[in-house]
Design a protein around this ligand. Structure first.
Ligand code: ADP
Ligand code: ADP
Length: 232
């Protein structure tokens, strides 16, 4: 079962003399329940690929599918529905709502979708991310690392079929990074959720099922069941 895929994806920024080819024909599939880490040098196209996959940016050419839905040509309303019902986001800009508590932020996407929160999974996520004692705090009362873990919990609690993360451990100390990677691993193992993250964190390799390397807008290497040593 394929949770998401890209076919011959291209992305061109700019016009005339200042054209940048950020993606140059990327074809990749993500199996349901698989945890993929995308690595590669700065400027290699990782964020662009992630944004196109997640429907946050539109590719210049090629196709993206989420489940059986082809994103090509979907209007904004349909795109919003796909994002709401199927996709969880753990991005650097936390986008937490400042007036809501951590707990309210975490359940917001499920509440908006009009679904029930799985309380047992909610408890598992907040305990494993070490944010239980922060649930009644608002974002301004949380450290950067805590905000990031709240954002991670928010992406996971609704059990979306696919979770996209852009440097989800980017601002975290080593212990919090392990907690975030561990809960993403648990999401795939326990619920068959699909996880795709962009990361520079070599530790991510030992949690992921595979690591895909981008360079200059193309996939140049792929490792199955890697270890951290493989990516240092
Ligand atoms: P990475 O995430 O691997 O650092 P990006 O996807 O951010 O790479 O960028 C890939 C290339 O596209 C880089 O050359 C970058 O400068 C360029 N780029 C990214 N976003 C834009 C943009 N909005 N406008 C112009 N160029 C961009
Ligand atoms: P983390 O590794 O989670 O980012 P920090 O070292 O940044 O933690 O913060 C340590 C402690 O200081 C946190 O437990 C948090 O309660 C508190 N703290 C950090 N930043 C803030 C802030 N802006 N407002 C209130 N408390 C903060």
């Amino acid at each position: 079962l394929i949770a998401a895929s890209a076919q011959e994806l291209t992305k061109v920024y700019g016009t005339g003399d200042t054209v940048v080819e950020a993606l140059r024909g990327v074809t990749i599939s993500f199996r349901a329940g698989e945890f993929t880490a995308i690595m590669g040098p700065s400027g290699s196209g990782k964020s662009t690929l992630m944004h196109c996959l997640a429907g946050l940016d539109v590719a210049s050419g090629g196709r993206v599918q989420i489940g059986e839905v082809d994103l090509t040509g979907l209007d904004d309303k349909a795109m919003t529905t796909i994002r709401r019902d199927r996709i969880g986001f753990v991005f650097q800009a936390f986008n937490l709502v400042p007036t809501l508590t951590a707990a309210e932020n975490i359940t917001l996407p499920v509440d908006i979708a009009g679904r029930e929160v799985d309380r047992e999974w909610f408890d598992t996520v907040v305990d494993r991310l070490g944010i239980r004692d922060r649930l009644e705090h608002r974002p301004a009362e949380l450290s950067g690392g805590q905000q990031q873990r709240v954002a991670c919990a928010r992406a996971l609690v609704g059990k979306p079929s696919i979770i996209f993360g852009d440097e989800p451990t980017g601002n975290l100390d080593s212990r919090s990074s392990g907690e975030v990677l561990g809960i993403l691993r648990a999401a795939t193992d326990e619920f068959g959720q699909t996880v795709v993250i962009v990361t520079h964190d070599p530790r991510a390799a030992s949690y992921a099922d595979r690591v895909v390397f981008l360079a200059d807008g193309q996939i140049v290497r792929e490792l199955q069941r890697p270890s951290a040593d493989d990516v240092f």
